[in-house]
Design a protein around this ligand. Structure first.
Ligand code: SF4
Length: 322
């Protein structure tokens, strides 16, 4: 369900974008069921957002992940902008963001993000830094600096950030907490049993700790996490992940269908039917999340602005009832 789990590209394209995967055997891409199909993006607003991003030399997760929701989101001028470049130093088995040695940071990127936010008229901005293992602290200081500049450019707006895990980067959480967003999102992505195959460079409890520590430092911060389903997880394992996230005091859970981006990525185990997503949503609500989004096309940033308003309302209702 990561924003980086999505529509197919060819095996040749995969070799170029994901050099570490080039010798892997191809996993045939399965035909999507009817409930996953979306229309090709054609709206005027879609083309305007595309032109804006190209003009400003910005990258979006929406495009990098070939997200199936791009037509709907961009028609509403909602896009998730990548920061700190377009190349990730991790190589997860589900993610379509290009991997390899990143370029130096673009000094114009913060200013261009601010222009894009203004150009799209965004009230709720979602940005996501790629994993930058080449920087001390995993790039946490750069993330904070970019948040500060985005906040300065859009002081009336709210900011959501979807981060990597900053694994083995002492001090990253403290640095991130100096310039807090309104919503801090870090996805667990899948159940712990599947980490060696799906997130081989990550550790389940490192991710949980990141979420718990951010909340501990900033109790009023909204925290959010998500998982993909359809990778071979069991219902019991998903329930355990929910319990772990609640123990970390995470407010908002997103659950979506994993879609295989290229033949070199992890194969889909199954397409989870819509009623099962509703069952997961009910299970999660029963465990105490303030908000749950669960559907085949749910992605971390899908409907993020509307969901932020719901999150705030849910917390206010909870406080009023206390
Ligand atoms: S769901 Fe997120 S990544 Fe996908 S198009 Fe919408 S904003 Fe972009």
């Amino acid at each position: 369900m990561s924003d980086a789990a999505s529509g197919p590209t060819t095996s040749d394209a995969a070799r170029l974008r994901h050099p570490e995967k080039r010798n892997r055997p191809d996993n045939p891409i399965r035909r999507k069921p009817d409930w996953i199909r979306v229309k090709a993006p054609t709206s005027r607003e879609y083309h305007e957002v595309r032109k804006l991003m190209r003009t400003l030399n910005l990258n979006t997760v929406c495009e990098e992940a070939a997200c199936p929701n791009i037509g709907e989101c961009w028609a509403k001028k909602h896009a998730t902008v990548m920061i700190m470049g377009d190349t990730c130093t991790r190589a997860c088995a589900f993610c379509n963001v290009a991997t390899g040695r990143p370029l130096p940071l673009d000094p114009m990127e913060p200013a261009n993000v601010a222009i894009a936010v203004g150009g799209m008229g965004l009230h709720h901005v979602v940005t996501t830094p790629v994993d930058r293992g080449d920087f001390a602290g995993g790039g946490a200081a750069h993330v904070s600096e970019r948040l500060r500049r985005t906040r300065a450019a859009a002081p009336a707006g709210t900011i959501e950030i979807l981060t990597p895990d900053f694994k083995d980067r002492p001090g990253a959480v403290k640095t991130l907490a100096t310039e807090p967003p309104d919503v801090f999102n870090h996805n667990l992505e899948t159940v712990p049993r599947l980490y060696p195959a799906i997130r081989p460079g990550a550790r389940y409890f490192t991710s949980l700790q990141l979420l718990a520590e951010m909340k501990r430092r900033l109790p009023s911060l909204f925290t959010k996490s998500g998982i993909m389903v359809g990778l071979g997880e069991t219902r019991e394992e998903v329930g355990q992940v929910m319990d772990d996230l609640r123990a970390a005091d995470v407010d908002f859970l997103t659950i979506g269908q994993y879609l295989q981006p290229t033949p070199k990525h992890a194969a889909i185990d199954r397409f989870v039917p819509p009623p099962e997503f509703e069952e997961y949503a009910q299970l999660a609500r029963g465990k105490g999340f303030l908000l749950v989004a669960s559907s085949p096309l749910t992605r971390s940033s899908y409907h993020a602005g509307e969901d932020f308003a719901r999150l705030r309302a849910a917390r206010e209702a909870q406080l009023a009832a206390a």
